[in-house]
Write a protein that binds this ligand. Structure first.
Ligand code: SF4
Length: 307
């Protein structure tokens, strides 16, 4: 059997950095002090199980223990709001920031815009940790830094919501001219098409909208790599956690192409009937470790080509 690996496969840089920081902390702190991640570090059960074996536990951010003195809390790649970080420190935690530098850049942009009095639109999922964190930066940077004076910051997930939010802002504040200072920041994983359509919808009300370039190419690169090899293979295996949104999106792309495909968390999940294919394409989400990809590949046979 031939196996073709996608050109871009495995951890993205932000996830790799966060996982390495977690293992470093586990090694340095072993047995001496508790180490936590705030929420699951990544959507990969095997990595989470291994970190647990190293003594790294998961904290529920909605139910923080009152006393975290002596504990290390690792912030995952999605980042958190400054309000949550302050709360962790108030409870005595030593905070290790594994926020992806790309997300950090969005957080700082939001703070800069809010400080300068911009009305902000955030394109993404309202309840996603990354968006909650970015919004927190905007709110904290607004004049007065209280709930009453928080920055105007509307989270919109599609063009229809964006159009509505922009029109509403226009109606509510009659002093706002078309060229009022407005800016759009996107979740790093939003698709370029969706971001563009959201930007166009807001521009109808505010032609002077500044659109920040915040999309991370890691997700797109994995999708492009998969598309590139679709025609060269008989079937596709997507390696990754079932809870990982970007992994599931890869599976949807393979399914839409009409190829036999399977989402495989570890080698034991490889469907037995896949062994009948001559050429299998192997792709993965951004939170799948190399060790699992290598293991799946070994179970199928030896690599004989690269897409
Ligand atoms: S997908 Fe991009 S923004 Fe998200 S963690 Fe990975 S590198 Fe960072």
């Amino acid at each position: 059997m031939n196996i073709i690996r996608a050109k871009t496969i495995g951890f993205c840089t932000g996830v790799r950095r966060a996982v390495e920081l977690a293992y470093n902390e586990a090694e340095h702190s072993r047995g001496q002090r508790p180490v936590y991640t705030l929420g699951p570090l990544i959507h990969n059960p095997q990595v989470l199980d291994d970190l647990k074996r190293w003594g790294v536990e998961i904290l529920d951010e909605h139910h923080l223990p009152e006393n975290l003195h002596g504990a290390v809390v690792i912030i995952r790649a999605h980042g958190i709001s400054p309000q949550t970080e302050t709360e962790l420190r108030r409870r005595g935690a030593q905070v290790v920031d594994a926020t992806c530098p790309r997300v950090k850049s969005s957080q700082l942009k939001a703070a800069t815009f809010a400080e300068a009095g911009y009305r902000l639109f955030l394109a993404g999922e309202k309840h996603h940790a990354e968006i909650i964190g970015i919004k927190g930066y905007a709110d904290a940077a607004a004049p007065g830094k209280t709930a009453d004076t928080a920055a105007f910051c509307a989270v919109v997930s599609n063009a229809a919501e964006a159009e509505k939010a922009a029109a509403q802002l226009h109606d509510e504040d009659s002093t706002l001219c078309d060229n009022a200072a407005t800016a759009l920041i996107g979740q790093t994983t939003i698709s370029a098409e969706e971001y563009q359509s959201i930007g166009s919808a807001i521009t109808e009300s505010f032609p002077g909208l500044e659109i920040a370039q915040t999309i991370c190419t890691a997700t797109q690169e994995r999708q492009d790599s998969l598309r590139e090899m679709l025609q060269k293979v008989d079937a596709i295996i997507i390696a990754g956690g079932k809870e990982s949104a970007n992994t599931r999106r890869l599976l949807a792309i393979a399914e839409a192409a009409g190829k036999p495909c399977a989402l495989v968390e570890t080698a034991v999940d490889i469907p037995a009937d896949f062994l009948k294919f001559n050429t299998i394409g192997l792709a993965s989400g951004a939170s799948t470790p190399d060790v699992i990809i290598d293991d799946i590949e070994r179970s199928l046979g030896n690599v004989s080509a690269v897409a």
